[in-house]
Design a binder for this molecule. Structure first.
Ligand code: SF4
Length: 300
């Protein structure tokens, strides 16, 4: 597996925020996904936009004070088909403290339009980190690979991945073969499988994603490994990571605080990559660097 040019690993702790707006909708309609069945009204989309811009604006105030150096949008649904997310990400690139901004996406956005909005507000491509998920019900391997190549040609750093559905193994092997070697392809374990993967399936997915097996054993929680992390929702609710319990404090209060609060957890297991992948002791931090939640291997 090759590597795109990214930030190199560094032992200094840097704060990272994951943001989820009130958006709960998607332009795709995958059969297993609840967000495909929830269209949003213009009013609801307007609220999401207002909350996002308010958050972006407040980040200008606090990024230096709390040494927040990265921001990842982790939406319920698809955020990057909405221009305001690109505009906000571009705007955040102007904060000197911020080294990386990005989002999870299905890669269905119009690339020229997206870059127009991103760069109009000062977006710097070298700071952009995208996490693209391949949805085989909605797009062919050829079309997805074609989009990956276009994004790569624009000098954008990204990873791609898919859920490890056993029936899709051959298809995902084909995706690996067709993708440029420098693009990392992750495979997430299938939550609803209700049985262990067979030896053959495990080997097949591990050939595609060398780190696949790590997620098959529980990662026990240890909140001492989550300092400097924050998960912010559009309405200001705070958590340490995407699955930990809500804090008593809200975003507006945190913005007035003198120091970054201690993390809180409430979970026994860090059950997904967004959680365990952001821990300071994440087993593959040397592979994925300081901003490991973006899931892009760093150059050594
Ligand atoms: S569940 Fe979240 S907050 Fe708790 S230890 Fe795991 S990553 Fe940290």
């Amino acid at each position: 597996m090759g590597k795109q040019k990214t930030d190199k690993g560094n032992s200094q702790t840097r704060g990272i925020i994951q943001y989820r707006g009130s958006l709960k909708s998607c332009n795709y309609s995958c059969s297993y996904c609840p967000f495909s069945k929830h269209p949003m009204s213009d009013k609801e989309l307007g609220k999401d936009k207002t909350q996002w811009f308010a958050f972006v604006s407040s980040l200008h105030e606090i990024a230096a004070r709390f040494h927040i150096c990265a921001l990842q949008v982790v939406p319920y649904g698809e955020a990057l088909i909405h221009p305001w997310y690109w505009e906000g990400l571009g705007d955040l690139c102007g904060i000197s403290e911020i080294e990386a901004v990005g989002a999870q996406t299905n890669f269905s956005f119009s690339l020229p339009e997206a870059l127009k909005h991103f760069e109009h507000t000062g977006g710097k491509r070298e700071k952009l980190r995208l996490w693209a998920t391949f949805h085989p019900e909605m797009v062919s391997v050829a079309d997805f690979v074609g989009k990956c190549q276009k994004v790569l040609d624009e000098g954008i750093i990204f990873c791609v991945g898919a859920v490890g559905v056993p029936e899709n193994l051959t298809l995902l092997q084909n995706l690996r073969e067709e993708l440029p070697r420098e693009i990392y392809l992750w495979i997430n374990k299938m939550d609803g499988l209700n049985r262990p993967y067979s030896k053959k399936e495990k080997e097949g997915f591990t050939v595609i994603d060398p780190y696949f097996a790590y997620q098959l054993n529980p990662v026990l929680s240890d909140v001492s490994q989550c300092r400097g992390r924050l998960f912010v929702e559009g309405d200001g609710k705070l958590r340490t990571c995407n699955i930990s319990r809500n804090w008593q404090m809200a975003w507006e209060e945190l913005c007035q605080a003198a120091s970054f609060p201690e993390p809180e957890c409430g979970r026994r297991v860090c059950s997904c990559y967004l959680a365990y992948g952001g821990r300071a002791d994440f087993a593959y931090r040397d592979v994925f660097g300081d901003y490991s939640v973006f899931r892009v291997p760093v150059e050594k």
